[in-house]
Design a protein around this ligand. Structure first.
Ligand code: BTN
Length: 259
C-alpha cells in the first residue's frame, strides 16, 4: 500500500533539506542502489543525490554479505563529496540518522551495535554500507547505503528471524515508508552538516552503542578474536580487551555479542 506512493517526486517534493534528496532517482526494483550510486557519482552527480529502490534483487551487505531487500525494506544510497577528514565519521552520521529517524517516526527506541548496525530490542532493523573513492587526500565521492526493515513480517524470512526485526513487527502495525525515507534524508543532512561545521557526533554515537562493556567476538578481515569491548576511540575504532590483558584497536569489522 505504502510502496505505491513511492516515487522520485513524492520523496523529494518539499523535502526540508538543502541538498540531500534534492535530486532523487527512484527504481521500483533494481539489483543494488550502491551500483547505480557509484555510476552516478563517477559521472559527477551532485552532492546529496539519492538513489532509492522499492526492492533490490542483489542488495549488498557489509563484509561482502548479501542484504535481503524485498518490498517493505527501504533501500537507499546517498552520494556525498566529503573532505577526507570526515570519512571515519560517516558511520556515525548514518547510524545516528537511522536511530533518530526510527524514534521520530515510530517512537521505538533504537541502539547501535558497533560500528553501525541499528537494533531494536537487540535485533537488527537497519544496516549501513559505506563506500568511497579516495585518491590520496582527495575523496572523489562517498556513498552511504542504508537499508531499514520497515514493513516486513520476519516470520516470512525464517533464515534471519532470530537476528532481525522490522518497524512493523515491533510496532504491530504498518509504517509509512515514504515518511521513513523523507525523515532519514533530513537526518542525514542535519548530522552531516554538524560534522562539516566542526561539531562532533561522537558522544551521542558512543552513548547509543549496545556493545561497550560486553563480551564480544569480533571478525575483521580473516581475523576473529574475543574479548571485552572496552571503549571506542574518537575516530570510531573499537578497543577490545583480550583475556591476556592486551588491548587491540579494531577499525572495522563485525561484532557478535557473547553475553
Ligand atoms: C549491512 O548491515 O551488512 C549493511 C547493509 C546495507 C544495505 C543497504 S540497502 C541500500 C544499499 N544498497 C545495497 O545494496 N546495500 C545498501
Amino acid at each position: 500500500m505504502e510502496e505505491d506512493s513511492l516515487s522520485a517526486s513524492t520523496i523529494a517534493d518539499n523535502l526540508d533539506t538543502h541538498f540531500v534528496g534534492q535530486r532523487v532517482i527512484y527504481y521500483p526494483r533494481l539489483a543494488s542502489t550502491m551500483e547505480v550510486a557509484k555510476r552516478e557519482a563517477q559521472q559527477g552527480a551532485a552532492e546529496g543525490t539519492v538513489i532509492v529502490a522499492g526492492e533490490q534483487t542483489a542488495g549488498k551487505g557489509r563484509l561482502k554479505r548479501i542484504w535481503l531487500s524485498p518490498r517493505g525494506n527501504i533501500a537507499l544510497s546517498v552520494i556525498l563529496h566529503p573532505d577526507v577528514t570526515y570519512l571515519p565519521f560517516l558511520v556515525m552520521v548514518a547510524s545516528l540518522a537511522v536511530v533518530h529517524c526510527v524514534e521520530a517516526v515510530t517512537g521505538l527506541k533504537a541502539r547501535i551495535k558497533w560500528p553501525n548496525d541499528v537494533l531494536i530490542n537487540n535485533k537488527k532493523v537497519g544496516g549501513i554500507l559505506i563506500k568511497g573513492d579516495v585518491k590520496g587526500n582527495t575523496v572523489d565521492y562517498a556513498i552511504i547505503g542504508i537499508g531499514v526493515n520497515v514493513n516486513l513480517r520476519l516470520s516470512d524470512f525464517p533464515e534471519i528471524q532470530s537476528i532481525a526485526t522490522s518497524l512493523s513487527d515491533e510496532l504491530g502495525k504498518e509504517v509509512s515508508q515514504l515518511e521513513v525515507i523523507r525523515q532519514l534524508l533530513v537526518e542525514v543532512e542535519r548530522l552531516y552538516v554538524i560534522l562539516q561545521t566542526g561539531g562532533s557526533l561522537f558522544d551521542e554515537w558512543r552513548d547509543r552503542l549496545v556493545t561497550l562493556g560486553r563480551k564480544v567476538e569480533v571478525e575483521w578481515g580473516k581475523n576473529t578474536c574475543e574479548g571485552v569491548a572496552e571503549s571506542v576511540t574518537t575516530d570510531g575504532s573499537l578497543l577490545l580487551r583480550r583475556s591476556d590483558g592486551s588491548l587491540t584497536k579494531i577499525t572495522g569489522g563485525d561484532v557478535n555479542l557473547r553475553d
